[in-house]
Design a protein around this ligand. Structure first.
Ligand SMILES: C[C@@H](N)C(=O)N[C@H](C)C(=O)O
Length: 189
């Protein structure tokens, strides 16, 4: 099993990035991609992604077995929303684990939410998605969509042992399609 590098790891912060100038693309205009509206009360930009990523998602979706589609839940996120997600979850962990120091709170938080200063969602370069049938009904990949490690007793980790064989198979189908277009998933989410 590969080492998991969390988004709070200094090795992530050390990666230098520069703006590539790619436009943000409205996923609702991409024929074939299903966009779920559950985030609409928090954001009016969740359906945007960088053009190159949107194109690659279309390519990856074509590799799925028939009757299976991506269900896009959240793409672009403002810095303020990212900060809110991070602070809310960190605050919950702090309350539930009063003995943790701030460094531990930060790394544990980053299992589920990226620190705002490195968050790829804020660049339109990351997407939360799952698998669904042609009518948009989600398949069971072993947890509720967006479950935290605590809510899912760790089953949100990609290679968690406490999921059914069917969920494992679906995760593998999803992973293979994404890897084929050089996209990777965050292994703790
Ligand atoms: C909050 C969760 N859905 C998510 O998007 N987490 C990743 C790690 C992120 O915030 O970049």
């Amino acid at each position: 099993m590969c080492e998991i590098v969390l988004m709070s790891d200094p090795r992530v912060t050390a990666v230098s990035i520069s703006e590539c100038g790619e436009t943000l693309s409205d996923l609702r205009r991409h024929e074939g991609l299903l966009v779920d509206p559950r985030k609409r009360s928090e954001s009016d930009t969740y359906f945007y992604l960088r053009q190159g990523l949107a194109d690659r998602l279309e390519e990856a979706e074509a590799l799925l077995p028939s009757g299976m589609r991506f269900l896009i839940v959240e793409g672009y996120r403002s810095l303020a929303l990212q900060r809110r997600y991070f602070d809310e979850y960190a605050s919950r962990l702090r309350t539930e684990n009063p003995d943790w120091d701030e460094q531990l709170v930060r790394s544990a938080t980053s299992r589920f939410v990226s620190p705002p200063e490195v968050a790829p969602h804020c660049m339109g370069a990351a997407v939360d998605l799952t698998l669904a049938d042609d009518d948009g009904n989600e398949f069971d990949l072993g947890t509720m969509m967006n479950a935290t490690p605590e809510e899912s007793t760790g089953a949100c980790y990609t290679h968690a042992p406490n999921i059914s064989n069917q969920a494992r198979e679906l995760r593998s189908i999803l992973g293979k399609a994404l890897n084929a277009v050089e996209l990777v998933n965050y292994p703790t989410e």
